[in-house]
Design a protein around this ligand. Sequence first.
Ligand code: NAD
Ligand code: SER
Length: 317
Amino acid sequence: MEKILVIGCAGQIGSELTLELRKMYGENNVVATDIKPAQKEITESGPFEILDVLDTHRLFGTVSRNKITQIYHLAAILSGNAEKKPIASWHINMESLLNVLELSRELNLKKIFWPSSIAVFGPTTPRVDTPQFTVMEPNTVYGISKLAGERWLEYYFQKYGVDGRSLRYPGLISHKTEAGGGTTDYAVDIFYEAIQNKMYECYLDEHAYLPMQFMDDAIKATIEVMEAPADDITVRSSYNVAGVSFSPKEIAAEIKKSIPDFKMSYAPDFRQAIAESWPKSIDDSVAQRDWGLKNTYDLKRLTQTMLEEVGKKFSAK
Ligand code: NAD
Ligand code: SER
């Protein structure tokens, strides 16, 4: 029987992934943890503990006590916030992964999941249809920590046989939990502002083309890569995931189809330089070939779903 530990369950991904894992493995077999209190849906549907992933002693205790077999480690400081506190963010992003890898080696866990990001690429990477294997010279603290994390993941697999799996998520778009300080989060915020105020000031330039993915597709991909037979996993760093690419101007035009008087303005800040260093689109053919990655939300479907779901939040108030 699998017993799963989710670290960072209260975040944008964790708040949805935890519930999906509970459906699959049984509510009591998924122990949700975060450094902060989690949403009611999580605390009331199964075990929840406050846990700082940097507290090695408590982390080992939680894993041993609950007889954990798999870990989903989602705690991190994202790109925008990491630039404001580079050293602290490096510490959290790296030490947490090393804690989880070391624990997985010592306690012989079956599998771990740790997400990487399109931020591993940098200004010298080809920006269109970015290949799985290419030049990687990230120039953000977040990107450097994700690239180093990928190398550690592969190292632990090759040296110790730790079965770590990973996806380079593009910007994730969801409506259940607020996004957490990333460069791509304008594509979540825009829906809240469009519905409440019919206007949005974007911190990226109108042409800042970036790869994005709707959360349902991201959760599905996460579970699929974790469920795939170990022999099918040929990439032990992290898999490219393409999602769907668009610019702020294009998503604004799509929103206008439903809210004709929606107005978008642009005031690019420090995140524009980050966006310019990341790919515009991604080649994810290796993930398609290895374990059948599929994207089902295009810009139109994603926009309609976000307008409907975010709209319900405000009409319910
Ligand atoms: P988030 O910021 O929404 O959630 C992270 C969670 O980790 C938060 O609930 C936070 O309280 C928790 N956390 C922070 N420090 C902790 C600590 N010391 N101990 C325990 N918990 C701690 O982030 P997210 O968007 O859910 O991202 C999850 C993972 O996916 C991260 O590794 C992130 O880099 C990666 N990722 C996210 C995106 C995206 O668009 N959301 C894209 C690429 C990669
Ligand atoms: N969405 C994330 C960010 O912008 C990408 O990893 O930081």
